[in-house]
Ligand binder design. Structure first.
Ligand code: XUL
Length: 554
């Protein structure tokens, strides 16, 4: 029997990755391939996939196209050789639907007339060559850019303050958000770029357009990372008039495409370029692409309100599945990529593993077992000691461009150091989870209804750290063996979108990808009575955090 395969591609900052899954055994990735921009496409001369010039950070748009051809040609070679990651053979012709994930916020500027080139792609000519003249701007601003402070201030002023922008679009004005990037381009490069541009895509809708051979609409989930969207009305498909007209004038509506679409939408069939060049089936469905964080939500299996995921890597991120949301001045509310009626909470913390590593190097000789022993030698709640470690400027809460560390004694007094290094070890861990709990609650997450937390990333190997997470939130923590949740999530979304398309109506994600597929391992359960200690400490933590942030910003 022919197996039905689904392909998910992640177009991320440093590389491009693909996961193929089969409807027969959803828990297994049939084939995985990844390429790295710096290593595999060195002629673009990027560092970590980017060009950094002070606060301005961009990536070459054509590099993404060349990367896509390279990735697919390597996979085609794997198909011919019969070498797949799982040992099971696969054929591009058996892929019935494809979807993808793009680094959030990045934008691509298509030049007037480019839609004609997109509509008539020649399968004999690589994408980067035939679309070489299709862009009004050769480098795309990406999420790491923080050069739009003036535009953020201007949008917040126009809309009556940061809270108004948050209530309207899901987040206050953030430098990396696409609307502010567009506003900057319109102001500073108007004649050469903005006027010449017929369409602006996000990285996700850009890549999706290539697969479709026509401009793809932006999906509501990734569209919530623009500050241009209306987060609450019509399940998030509309643009926000004040924000759009302030950032790009009325002409921006046409450049963005009239409406956004729910993330599970089937947008049509794959372009002949992929049929003739790589052997895809002409009936392969293209499901809307979305952002990398939304796809990770799908990849780790958040399926109902109360499900939370925490990834602890270079930066720490928390995603939540929320039925209702109350956008706040810190953190982001996005439309949910697997359920058009609900929301996704997203918190990004810049000071993740490097801060824990610094404490570990300073006090534990860099030994994580010693770190765990020292953590366990102090009581939950740290006898009231609190500390905040912002080695780099923090995003949540925003510290502008300032960094620093502050330690507080049990009565809330600022102290230079703690009497015992074990207190620092506990404080760095507790402080992060209390911040997640506080900012999560401030965007509408209900701690009482938190059903499970899925922990991923480097620090999820350390059970002592996970125990603190479980105690602060008062719920079970599970781990998950997954190397790339974004491309896997995109493959799951391809299947989800395909099933919704076939059924001609929305089908719940958990009915398509059941929880059993994810293979969670229970790591920790909350210790009896300990969550109460944190309930009592939260207010003091928030006071210390606010004092410190205020002092940094003053
Ligand atoms: C999220 C964010 C990053 C990018 C790149 O708001 O800026 O996580 O999505 O991965």
């Amino acid at each position: 029997m022919t197996s039905h395969l689904f392909l998910g591609i992640d177009s991320s900052t440093q590389g491009m990755k693909a996961s193929i899954i089969s409807s027969k055994s959803l828990g297994t990735v049939i084939h995985y391939r990844a390429i790295n921009f710096d290593r595999d496409l060195p002629h673009y001369k990027t560092k970590d996939g980017m060009f950094t010039n002070g606060a301005q950070v961009q990536s070459p748009t054509l590099m993404w196209l060349e990367a896509l051809d390279l990735l697919l040609s390597q996979m085609m070679e794997d198909q011919i050789q019969g070498t797949s990651t799982s040992g099971q053979p696969f054929r591009f012709s058996d892929i019935v639907a494809i979807s993808g994930s793009g680094q959030q916020h990045g934008s691509v500027y298509w030049k007037k007339g480019a839609s004609m080139n997109l509509n008539s792609l020649d399968s004999n000519v690589p994408l980067a060559i035939q679309l070489g003249y299709s862009f009004a701007k050769m480098n795309s601003p990406i999420w790491a850019d923080s050069s739009t402070g003036d535009q953020c201030a201007s949008l917040e002023e126009k809309m009556g303050g940061p809270m108004n922008v948050a209530v309207a679009t899901g987040s206050r004005a953030y430098e990396r958000f696409t609307g502010l990037q567009i506003a900057k381009i319109k102001q500073l490069e108007e004649k050469t770029v903005y006027d010449q541009c017929e369409r602006i895509s996000l990285v996700s809708s850009f890549m999706c357009s290539i697969f479709l051979g026509k401009y793809a609409p932006i999906d509501t989930s990734d569209g919530s990372g623009t500050n241009l969207n209306n987060i609450m009305a019509n399940n998030g498909i509309d643009w926000h008039n004040d924000a759009v007209e302030h950032c790009g004038g009325v002409e921006l509506y046409e450049k963005l495409g009239s409406k956004m679409v729910p993330s599970h939408s089937c947008l049509g069939q794959i372009s002949n370029y992929f049929v003739y060049r790589y052997g895809f089936s002409p009936s392969c469905n293209v499901i809307s692409w979305s952002g990398d964080n939304p796809c990770s939500l799908a990849g780790v299996g958040l399926q109902q309100p109360g499900d939370v995921a925490v990834s602890m890597g270079t930066s720490d991120c928390m995603f939540t599945f929320m039925e209702n949301a109350t956008p706040g001045s810190d953190g982001h509310v996005l439309r949910n990529p697997v359920d058009p009626l609900s929301f996704m909470g997203l918190l990004c913390f810049k000071n993740g593993s490097l801060v824990r590593e610094n404490i570990s190097n300073q006090y534990c000789n860099g030994n994580w077992e010693t770190f765990a022993t020292m953590l366990n030698s102090t009581p939950p709640g740290n006898n009231g000691h609190i500390a905040l470690y912002y080695d780099s400027p923090e995003i949540t809460p925003s510290t502008g461009n300032k960094c620093g560390t502050q330690r507080f004694s049990a009565d809330g007094q600022l102290v230079d150091s703690f009497s015992d290094p074990c207190i620092d070890v506990r404080a760095v861990v507790e402080g992060k989870f209390m911040a997640m709990r506080h900012f999560g609650e401030s965007i509408g997450m209900d701690i009482q209804s938190c059903t499970k937390i899925i922990a991923t990333g480097g620090a999820s190997n350390n059970n002592a750290i996970l125990q603190v997470m479980s105690d602060v939130f008062g719920c079970n923590v599970y781990t998950l063996d997954q190397s790339d949740s974004a491309s896997l999530g995109a493959a799951f979304r391809a299947l989800h979108g395909h099933v919704c398309h076939k059924s001609k109506s929305f089908v719940k994600y958990k009915h398509v990808i059941p929880p059993g597929v994810f293979g969670y391992n229970l790591a920790c359960i909350p210790q009896e009575g300990v969550t109460k200690i944190y309930d009592g400490l939260m207010e003091m933590f928030v006071t210390c955090q606010s004092k410190f942030v205020k002092s940094l910003l003053s």
